[in-house]
Design a protein around this ligand. Sequence first.
Ligand code: CAO
Length: 567
Amino acid sequence: MAAETFKVPDLGTDDTVEVIEVLVKPGDTLKLNDSIVVLESDKAAMEIPATQTGVVKEVLVKVGAQVKTGTPLLVIESASVASSAATSAPASAGAAAAKPAAKVEAAPVPAEASASAPKASKGVETIAIPDLGGAADVEVIDILVKVGDTVKKEQGLITLETDKAAMEVPSPKAGKVVAIKIKLGDKVAQGAVILDMEVTSAMAADKPAAASAPKPQSVVAPAAAATFTLADGGAPVPNSGPTSGSVTLAPASVATAAAPNPNAEIYAGPAVRMLARQLGVDLSQVTGSGGKGRIVKEDVQAFVKSRLQNPASAPAATSGSGAGLPAIADIDFSKFGPVEIVEMSKLHRVTALNMTKNWLNVPHVTQFDEADITDLETFRNEQKALADKKGVKLTPLPFIIKACAKALAEHPQFNVSLHSSGAKLIQKKYVNIGVAVATPAGLMVPVVKNADQKSIWQIAKELAELSAKAKDRKLAREDMEGACFTISSLGNIGGSGFTPIVNAPEVAIMGVSKASIKPVWKNNQFVPRTMLPFSLSYDHRAVNGVDGGMFCTYLASLLGDIRLMML
Ligand code: CAO
């Protein structure tokens, strides 16, 4: 047995990175691929796996240490040397990193990619998933760009996630995105086409030889930001050097990227994510104590401890159970007839989790009312010709959005969020209205910003654009942020009332049902009026019943006489 120094493998950069977790201690027996430390740059976090077996004699770094390629990490009494890459890394791998041409190459096009890849037109290149070290069925959890975006070289295009790591795939080129060929939730492997890019000429000119001779369906693999690839099972493994011939991925990025992704705010390394999964902890509920709010293992452990000590206050850890509630048992339905197991989309799972959280956390009250929209409908129908001319579909919904914006301005107690301390309210001075949009993939809630300041035409136009984007899964994170209040409309479907679930941290939501002509007692006789049934669910911690009633009455009066909206 010989003592050997285990060093930081090639990071593909000369920059220093921070040690954010040390996962071993003296005396530990290391197996191949055991994680040793977690390193973090300003772009990503990555685990460094053991490339040899042995017993840890000494740990040479502490949390917070700044390290770079070649920095000694451990002294190991080595049992067997599985790879000399790590111990000899600096010279050979450093040379690899210094060769940018080796980082970009034409990736082989698998049959399915060839079939689906459109013929690249002049100046348009197809960007594909690079070598994932053999990993297949890796899930796309985030799409970070949209058609029309101008992308810089190395800018993240998508985020992939395996059981062990999340990673951004950086762009190998600068250019403009002309088509996205991938969807959230897709399971991908090397060669799958991500997007088509109109590469800026400067970048096109410096294409390396291997990539610059595109065959009809040539694919450009993203450049390596560091020489880590995904091994089977997804653990980042240092490359053995320039001879590997594989294009490598950016290091595992914690999901900090912008997009409609529930994990977007979660800042945690793969080891922490794995621990959370093992313990059934929803990381979105854990407060990070590390730098920049990063969640460390101790935070997960403290979270579990606090939940065990205070089970009554524990929110659901999953969409199906938690909060001290008895779980609903899985049943073998195949005993009763044929069944099929269908994977829920990520969006569906997120929606389910949010619904559970909101249902369990918010003490709901739902008030029902009706608005007489006879005059509104007459007016709306009179505008049809103008609407057609403007190319805008004028449904009752833009009027309802405008009325809600006015009602929120007049009843500011509905335009608040509760602070987690339970002792403060956050009063909002802006009026943004979210609208639930059903899409084949699940429910999305784009937001009409500053609806109080917009005309009904503007709102109608924006609503059409947002709902089209939602249905095409093109909504950006900004399109779904910042709602003060939500409207869920089933008006085109039917029903006479329902109890929508408050979209916390908002405190109220309106449910719109289908308008119909009803006999209404007016001036000592029944007259036919178009009545719109609606409901208002509110958080009874923030809003009392009287206010709920007054809000509904006010809303009904605005919809009954839209001139009031101008006052
Ligand atoms: N009463 C009667 N008719 C109504 C109505 C109402 N409350 N609301 C809409 N309609 C009519 C419209 O006028 C339109 O009829 P015409 O084509 O004859 O003009 C028709 O229903 C279809 O409207 P629409 O659905 O295209 O447009 P919208 O502005 O009402 O709604 C949007 C837009 C994006 C909200 C909708 O397309 C959608 O996705 N609805 C589903 C909402 C949903 O899933 N809610 C979640 C419920 S549970 O959380």
